[in-house]
Design a protein around this ligand. Structure first.
Ligand code: NAP
Length: 260
């Protein structure tokens, strides 16, 4: 049995949709005060209202652009003032436009790196004063299998950003240890989000068939991994990453899947 996160102050960046919304739901269901940090006010409010009424705990929206320092700093201060500090940061917000290198404008590269990688640095930096004050804290990054483990045409910038998060993680783990704070990463495989619904039933079935556990991941599968890293029981784990992908990266060929 894990110690409860009841009443803890948890930030989930990108919590208005997709995986972030799943993470926010899991923490709220366990009684946490969840701050959803994202740009879109309406989507953020809809998500936080739904999570508060359906899951218990409290969820509220704080407008934030994770690629902008002033915005991130102000978000962390707002959360700390409202919830009495910051216990857990789930740095999850991300963007994944698909453009091949030959067609990619340098500005798109910069934008993706700023949203996915620089944001991890900015969010951690903004939370440090609150972790220092409390003498403890938890950070969970949402990385990906794409980049650190696999490649996909059109996602060179995305893959670089997701690998970069894991590079950041190692040194951050050392620096955050002086504040009693751990930092770890979840590396999702193909997770079923609103964005994937547009790809159509046939495409989704084909994707599921290539995964040993024969289903796409649920957003709450990532939430549960984040909850574990945020738990008291995970207090001796830092600088680590866990793949949550239903075994997707294991098969060495399509034939291997057919042998199951
Ligand atoms: P999603 O459904 O598109 O949601 C993205 C979330 O991030 C939204 O809440 C969005 O809200 C927010 N966001 C985007 N840019 C932002 C910015 N500059 N500042 C603040 N918030 C921002 O994405 P997802 O599929 O759930 O992905 C979430 C994370 O999981 C990403 O880091 C992604 O790389 C990772 N991941 C996803 C999958 C997958 O299968 N879905 C697999 C591996 C890894 P606003 O636009 O309103 O700001």
């Amino acid at each position: 049995m894990f110690s409860p996160v009841t009443g803890k102050s948890v930030i989930v960046t990108g919590g208005s949709k997709g995986i972030g919304r799943g993470i926010a739901k899991v923490f709220a269901r366990e009684g946490a005060n969840v701050a959803i940090a994202s740009r879109g006010e309406e989507a953020g409010k809809v998500a936080s209202d739904e999570i508060s009424s359906a899951c218990g705990g409290t969820a509220y929206h704080v407008p934030c652009d994770v690629s902008d320092w002033e915005s991130v700093k102000s978000m962390a201060e707002t959360v700390a003032a409202r919830s009495g500090g910051i216990d857990v940061l789930c740095a999850n917000a991300g963007a994944f436009p698909q453009t091949k290198i030959v067609d990619m404008e340098p500005s798109e590269w910069d934008q993706v790196l700023a949203t996915n990688l620089k944001s991890a640095f900015l969010c951690v930096k903004a939370c440090i004063p609150f972790f220092e004050r409390a003498g403890k804290g938890r950070v969970v990054l949402t990385s990906s299998i794409t980049g650190p483990v696999t490649g996909f045409p059109g996602w060179s910038h995305y893959g670089a950003s997701k690998s970069g998060q894991l590079g950041f993680l190692k040194t951050a783990a050392m620096e955050l240890s002086r504040y009693g704070t751990t930092i770890n990463a979840v590396m999702p495989g193909n997770i079923y989000t609103e964005g994937l619904q547009d790809l159509g039933e046939d495409y989704l079935k084909t994707m599921a068939a290539s995964i040993p556990l024969k289903r796409l991941g649920d957003v709450e599968d990532i939430g549960h991994a984040a909850l574990f890293f945020a738990s008291d029981e995970a207090s001796y784990i830092t600088g680590q990453q866990i793949v949550v992908d239903g075994g997707q990266i294991i098969p060495e060929s399509l034939e291997a899947i057919d042998e199951i």
